[in-house]
Design a protein around this ligand. Structure first.
Ligand SMILES: [Zn+2]
Ligand SMILES: [Zn+2]
Length: 359
């Protein structure tokens, strides 16, 4: 545990933004080479540590994210405000615990960069041939607001899908005295915002699953009072229990804005940012995990609602069976991404135990 805690301190001291986790992966690689006999492979997409007992045995994957988040107000700097330094340490604690044991299974420990931008899991799935052979994949997140070390499980959706939606409308400028000679995007973008509740109702058709749209920004024209607005940008965060609902909502918005643009011969361009799928657990895999945790008498709580934040682990769960779960980090622990948040080493053993029980 001293070596494990020292590792966490080293990771905490070198937070790196998504896609720039070089020193972090160096540190993890060095730790695994010094403290375990796992086969360690450094790749452009992350770090893979393998425990292989023989062909034909089931292969389980365990994934930890390694990236940090931007400092509020200083986005070029990073800090570990989501506890990924803790997550990667937990996976190393599992590796150490595994040392010298035979478990009747093959294991892949996956250290994944770029979770916060929703890109890392996709990249690994697209490039690592080993991923297609996994029988199960497991991942966890520390969660403030729950008792320390409690396993937080959920059947179905664990964390919601989300996506940044951007619409850029290009109209034509006109003197403010002759607005009819130009094309002003104000009406179509404002109307799109006002229609959001109706679009959402149409998609959900009375079902009680969650779908929401948050206005992040709406910019139109400038401050020259002689000039009618000729361009506008609408930014929304779409969030929901299902990624397909989010896609349907984005399509509604595009159709509506395109129609409004056609009337005034304006053009619209669309972009999406930070696309996260829903992290939905595989039914059989959750029940199996619950049975194992209960047999090992670990404290488990079933969550009534999915987490409203998103997790790129959902990409793995769309490709293979598995379970994502939470580990409570204390009822009064500061929230994830808040200025006061810092991972607490006190949950490392309980979290590694929750993984170990799944093996
Ligand atoms: Zn985060
Ligand atoms: Zn996180």
């Amino acid at each position: 545990m001293d070596r494990i805690r020292a590792l966490r301190a080293r990771l905490h001291a070198c937070p790196e933004l998504s896609g720039h986790e070089t020193r972090t992966l160096d540190t993890l690689e060095a730790f695994l080479r010094e403290n375990t006999t796992l086969t360690v492979e450094r790749r452009p997409e992350g770090l893979l540590a393998t425990h292989w007992e023989g062909d034909g045995l089931p292969i389980l994957g365990f994934r930890a994210d390694v990236d940090a988040i931007p400092v509020e107000g200083d986005p070029a700097r990073a800090r570990h405000g989501c506890g990924h330094d803790g997550h990667s340490t937990i996976l190393c604690a599992l590796a150490v615990r595994l040392e010298g044991k035979r478990v009747g299974k093959n294991l892949r420990l996956i250290f994944q960069p770029a979770e916060e931008t929703g890109e890392g899991a996709r990249r690994i799935l697209d490039t690592w041939p080993e991923m297609a052979a996994l029988h199960r994949i497991y991942g966890l997140h520390n969660i403030p607001g729950y008792p320390r070390g409690t396993v937080l499980a959920r059947r179905g959706c664990f964390a919601r899908a989300s996506q940044g939606f951007i619409a850029d409308v290009q109209g034509r400028p006109a003197h403010a005295a002759y607005p009819d000679q130009g094309a002003n995007p104000a009406a179509v973008l404002c109307e799109a915002v006002l229609r959001l509740p109706r679009f959402i109702e149409d998609i959900l058709q009375g079902d009680d699953r969650v779908l929401m749209a948050t206005v992040i920004g709406l910019r139109l024209g400038g401050e020259n009072f002689g000039l009618a607005a000729a361009e506008g940008r609408l930014c929304l965060t779409l969030r929901g229990d299902r990624q397909v609902d989010i896609e349907a909502l984005a399509q509604r918005l595009r159709d509506f804005i395109d129609r409004g643009c056609a009337e005034l011969t304006m053009t619209a361009a669309y972009h999406s940012r930070d696309v996260f799928p829903d992290t939905t657990n595989t039914p059989g895999a959750v029940d199996e995990a619950l049975a194992r945790w209960s047999a090992a008498r670990l404290p488990v709580r079933l969550l009534p609602e999915p987490m409203s934040w998103s997790e790129d682990f959902g990409h793995y769960l769309k490709a293979m069976p598995g379970t994502f779960f939470g580990i409570g980090i204390g009822e009064s622990h500061p929230g994830l991404h808040t200025a006061d948040y810092c991972f607490d080493d006190a949950i490392i053993e309980a979290a590694a135990e929750a993984f170990w029980t799944l093996i």
